[in-house]
Design a protein around this ligand. Structure first.
Ligand code: ZN
Ligand code: ZN
Length: 284
C-alpha cells in the first residue's frame, strides 16, 4: 500500500524524505510554491542529487506535487490567466527536474460560465502542458466538492479530456472529502462500487492516479469543501474503511490532507488508516 501525507518542502526535499519516514509514509505530496501563490523556492543541483539518493534509498513513490490553489487555470484572458499559465509552465518544469511523477491541480473557477471556463481550461493545458512536453510529469485534475463557481465534477473533467482528445499526459486525482460533499456516498463498499463504475465509464480506470484520503466535516451532497481527520468526520471509520479496502480505490496511492496541527500528527493518522486496513489485519 502507498500511503502518505501532504508535507512541506520548505526545509528542502531531502528533509521531506525524513519527515515522510518519521510519520511512516512511503509517498508524499507538496506544494510547488506557497499555497497563496508567490515565488517558488529555488532547488539547487546539490539538493536534487541528495534528494534523488534519499528518495531511492527510502523507496518514496510516487512523488506528488500540488499547484497553489489560488492559481485559476480557467481564468479569462488577462493578468490572472497569464499568471496561471506561467505558474503551470514553471512548476511543471521544476517537478520534471526533481523527477516527480504527478502534478495535481484544482481545475479552476468561473463566474457562471462553466462551459466557457472548461474550454479555457482545456486551452491552457494544451498550450502549457501538452506542447513540447512528452516526458514530463502527468498533470492530474482533481475532483472538487462543487462549491459555487468551482469546476471539478466527474462530468466536467470528462469534458476537458474530450476537448483535449485524451492525451496520455493528463489524468485524474480523486479526493474522498470532495467526492462525498459532491454527493458520492463512499460510506459503504456499494457506494464505492458506484463511484468506480462511473470512473470506469467516464475515464477508464487507468486515468485515475492519486487519491486524496480525507474525512469530510461537510455532509453528503453539501457541496462544501471541509476536510476532517480520519474517522472524525461524516465519512467516519466506516467510510474510510470502505475506501481503503476497495479493490480499486485501495490500490491507488493515498495522500492525507487532513486537519492535523503539525505534520508529526500525520503519523497517528497513518496508523489509524492502517488499523482499518483488512488485509493488514489478516497479515498480523
Ligand atoms: Zn487539492
Ligand atoms: Zn479540499
Amino acid at each position: 500500500m502507498r500511503l502518505g501525507a501532504h508535507l512541506s518542502i520548505a526545509q528542502g526535499l531531502p528533509q521531506a524524505v525524513l519527515m515522510a519516514k518519521r510519520i511512516g509514509a512511503n509517498t508524499f505530496q507538496y506544494f510547488t510554491r506557497n499555497p497563496r501563490g508567490g515565488r517558488a523556492r529555488q532547488i539547487g543541483e546539490t539538493e536534487i542529487k541528495e534528494w534523488l539518493e534519499e528518495r531511492a534509498r527510502n523507496d518514496i513513490y510516487p512523488v506528488v506535487a500540488h499547484l497553489p490553489y489560488t492559481v485559476n487555470l480557467a481564468a479569462p484572458p488577462g493578468k490572472l490567466r497569464d499568471f496561471a499559465a506561467s505558474v503551470l509552465q514553471e512548476d511543471l518544469e521544476r517537478v520534471k527536474l526533481i523527477g516527480g511523477e504527478y502534478i495535481v491541480t484544482h481545475p479552476g473557477r468561473h463566474k457562471g460560465d462553466a462551459a466557457e471556463a472548461l474550454t479555457r481550461l482545456a486551452a491552457i493545458i494544451q498550450e502549457n502542458v501538452l506542447e513540447g512536453q512528452e516526458h514530463g510529469p502527468m498533470l492530474l485534475l482533481e475532483t472538487m466538492a462543487g462549491q459555487t463557481g468551482e469546476l471539478g465534477s466527474l462530468d466536467e473533467l470528462r469534458q476537458v479530456l474530450d476537448l483535449l482528445d485524451w492525451p496520455p499526459q493528463v489524468g485524474i486525482c480523486l479526493d474522498s472529502a470532495h467526492l462525498f460533499a459532491a454527493g458520492w456516498n463512499l460510506k459503504s463498499s456499494a457506494g464505492c462500487d458506484d463511484l468506480v463504475a462511473a470512473l470506469e465509464d467516464k475515464f477508464g480506470l487507468e486515468r485515475i492516479k492519486v487519491f486524496h484520503l480525507n474525512d469530510s466535516l461537510a455532509p453528503l451532497g453539501s457541496n462544501r469543501d471541509r476536510h476532517a481527520c480520519i474517522g472524525e468526520g461524516e465519512l467516519g471509520e466506516e467510510g474510510i474503511s470502505a475506501i481503503i479496502n476497495h479493490p480499486f480505490l485501495g490500490s491507488l496511492p493515498m495522500i492525507l490532507e487532513t486537519t492535523v496541527e503539525k505534520y508529526e500528527d500525520y503519523g497517528k493518522e497513518i496508523a489509524r488508516v492502517l488499523s482499518l486496513c483488512r488485509q493488514r489485519a489478516e497479515e498480523i
